[in-house]
Write a protein that binds this ligand. Structure first.
Ligand code: CO
Length: 684
């Protein structure tokens, strides 16, 4: 019996509490609040300390599993939160001893954005299992299961649960068409079954699955394969609760939900309405709804206030029908909007929507899920911003080149040969694309990474973290071991911060805050001296500069201040800044300092070329982070040579010399954040 039976119990037996009669075939629930929930709503900024207050209670609910790790958490934690991702697993495991932990594993991409070599993939899975992970929800963005081979072998060897995903995507308004039809999904499910999948997940990252398609698909998969079927869908378009219900009617085994504070918008359906909907049926969850409400109260009081500012409140509607029109997954839309905003090009969003399906088609109709959603998304933004009527694909990201080479796997339909040819012109691995399992062309990388990071890594977990994220991983390890002080952006927001902010807003609304008039500041001389002046528990840095005969106060700057525009002299000493206008910060309680930006790395102020270096500059075409310079000062370059690799929105962009000559100046180093138009280097 798979269909819902509404008459399983009589109304007199119905009971909201957990002592009600057990259902014949209870639906199993995986909770996503602690991973996909905050990844979808709060830019993955959820901190371990905010999971602990509810961890023990959540362990009592009766979830099939709780998703606590993987996806973007590994990246965000070490990059933006100064948290060791491995430590989160160990810590939560101490509080949640009964419920299995699950993670989202990007197959050969692990928890990063490219295919890693087999040696690293194997050790990553082993370390993840050793640190407490039980269910490995594994997906490949191209549904190319050759990318599963290495990790699945390791998962099985560790005796853990291998959940194989089929990324759900469409080219038509509903399930069907030539590429992604019912036969496609059934075939993929059979492939997963033959790989030894312990369960099979329909992974609908964009919330595209319509209720009746869900019904039809689940029926077909249940008839075709033995492993339990699991539905993962996002609320984004508004269809998720309906689709989940239809999937349950079709006999699905497991579904994903969030606790209500983490539900809806680009996240997932909430658990509470589902519990109520199924009470008294043969699919009753058996969950105690009053107990769930208690957990929510803790979330609402102790956790949510710290994250509210990260919620996208630009619209009233919690549903994004653009998703139905453009098939963009939850996180991707906000990334695109952020990227355009940083480039002052938000007005081009409609062009981006129009270009997106064209780029996707050119790139082989690939599903849009991390990392392909970023690859397609950022290439689309690049095309809209940099293409000319004469030339398309003017700035091709490194990742699109990799995709065209076959490094991500086989696309559902062939890549547009013209785009492929252009992308692979001069491509370092070769201009002829590969057709084998991508990792076969990758050299082992873990030992090399161990040598590079040396003593800064204290154990294998540090080494793996560095191997996956060399630039930000190294930065994190130097914070972790006290070699470098972490910047204030990575500090947690406290409830006191929230209170101070609210008071400030109250004052503002009452008209008690006055705007400070901005003054033109005279240039600072080399005689400038700075003093700390303490005023009632607050302090100000005061610069004193001598003008004429007596010292005169020149500027007042509150600490901490936002980065003021500064010249990019290699020394960077304050005295060397030529007429840098220090913006006077409006006096405000320190606790109310601006919160870290949710998306990209904090943007640095534009930097000019040092006055003494003449030549042709290479400017950052977009805000981002320097991955590396391919040349050193003094190197000769030819026009078109790659000089610097800039990471923007996690995509690598090779910036080429606009003129031949010699590298005269290099103004940044690996790991530095740069703003649009920063001069990265000068060729003379
Ligand atoms: Co998801």
């Amino acid at each position: 019996m798979t269909d819902l039976n509404f008459n399983a119990v009589t109304s007199t037996e119905m009971n909201y509490g957990k002592d009600r009669p057990k259902a014949a075939n209870p639906i199993k629930i995986q909770d996503l609040s602690l991973r996909d929930g905050h990844q979808s709503l709060f830019a993955t900024r959820g901190r371990t300390e905010d999971m602990i207050p509810v961890a023990e209670m959540m362990d009592e609910v009766g979830f099939w599993a709780v998703e606590t790790w993987g996806g973007a958490t590994f990246d965000t934690m070490h990059r933006f939160l100064n948290e060791d991702p491995w430590e989160r697993l160990r810590t939560l495991k101490r509080y949640m001893k009964k419920t299995p932990f699950s993670m989202l594993l990007r197959a050969q991409n692990l928890v990063g954005y490219r295919n890693y070599a087999d040696d690293l993939a194997k050790v990553f899975v082993e370390r993840t299992a050793a640190n407490g992970l039980d269910v490995f929800r594994t997906f490949d963005a191209l549904n190319d299961y050759r990318n599963f081979e290495t990790v699945v072998k390791a998962i099985k060897e560790c005796g853990k649960h291998f959940q194989g995903c089929i990324c759900y995507t469409m080219t038509e308004p509903r399930l069907g068409g030539e590429v992604y039809n019912l036969e496609y999904y059934v075939k993929k499910a059979k492939d997963l079954e033959s790989m030894g999948a312990d369960s099979i997940c329909i992974k609908d990252m964009a919330g595209l699955i319509a209720p009746y398609d869900a019904y039809q698909l689940v029926k077909a998969l249940k008839a075709a394969v033995k492993p339990p079927i699991h539905l993962h869908t996002h609320f984004t378009s508004g269809m998720a609760p309906m689709s989940i219900l239809k999937a349950i009617e079709a006999g699905i085994d497991i579904v994903d939900t969030c606790m209500s504070p983490y539900a809806y918008r680009t996240s997932h359906a909430a658990i509470e309405p589902l519990v109520m909907s199924l009470i008294g049926t043969n699919r009753d969850t058996g969950f105690d709804i009053a107990f769930l409400a208690k957990i929510n109260e803790i979330f609402e009081k102790e956790v949510m206030p710290k994250y509210r500012h990260l919620l996208d409140d630009s619209k009233m509607s919690i549903i994004d029908i653009n998703v139905l029109l453009h098939q963009t997954p939850g996180g991707m839309l906000s990334n695109l909007v952020n990227q355009l905003r940083e480039m002052d090009a938000l007005d081009k969003i409609d062009l981006v929507y129009k270009e997106l399906p064209r780029v996707r088609k050119d790139l082989g109709q690939i599903p849009l899920v991390t990392p392909t959603s970023q690859i397609v998304g950022i290439q689309t933004v690049n095309n809209v911003l940099f293409d000319t009527p004469e030339e398309r694909y003017k700035m091709i990201t490194g990742q699109v080149k990799d995709l065209c080479y076959g490094l991500y796997g086989k696309t559902a339909v062939p890549i547009n040969p013209e785009v492929q040819k252009k992308a692979l012109k001069g491509y370092a691995r070769g201009e002829e694309p590969i057709t084998c399992r991508p990792a076969q062309v990758l050299e082992p990388e873990l030992e090399k990474a161990k040598k590079e990071i040396g003593d800064l890594a204290k154990d294998i977990d540090d080494q793996v973290l560095y191997a996956i994220y060399p630039v930000t991983g190294k930065k994190f390890l130097s914070w972790k071991y006290g070699k470098e002080a972490p910047p204030k952006e990575v500090l947690p927001k406290t409830l006191e911060d929230v209170k101070a902010e609210q008071e400030l807003i109250k004052k503002l609304k009452a008209g008690k805050l006055v705007e400070k008039v901005e003054k033109e500041l005279p240039p600072k001389s080399d005689k400038l001296r700075t003093f700390n002046v303490f005023v009632e528990g607050d302090y100000f840095e005061v610069g004193v500069d001598e003008v004429g005969e007596s010292p005169v106060l020149k500027y007042i700057q509150q600490i901490p201040v936002a980065a003021a525009p500064a010249a990019a002299g290699p020394a960077g000493a304050p005295g060397l800044r030529p007429s840098a206008p220090a913006r006077p910060a409006a006096p405000a309680p320190k606790a109310a300092s601006p919160a870290p930006k949710p998306a990209a790395a904090p943007a640095a102020a534009p930097k000019a070329a040092p006055a003494d270096v003449a030549g042709t500059p290479i400017k950052a075409p977009m805000p981002g982070m320097i991955v590396r310079y391919a040349k050193n000062v003094g190197d000769a370059v030819n026009q078109g040579d790659t000089v610097v690799i800039l990471e923007a929105m996690k995509m690598e962009n090779a910036l080429n010399a606009l003129a031949s000559g010699t590298i005269k100046a290099i103004n940044f180093k690996s790991g530095d954040s740069v703003a649009k138009n920063d001069v990265l280097c000068v060729i003379g």
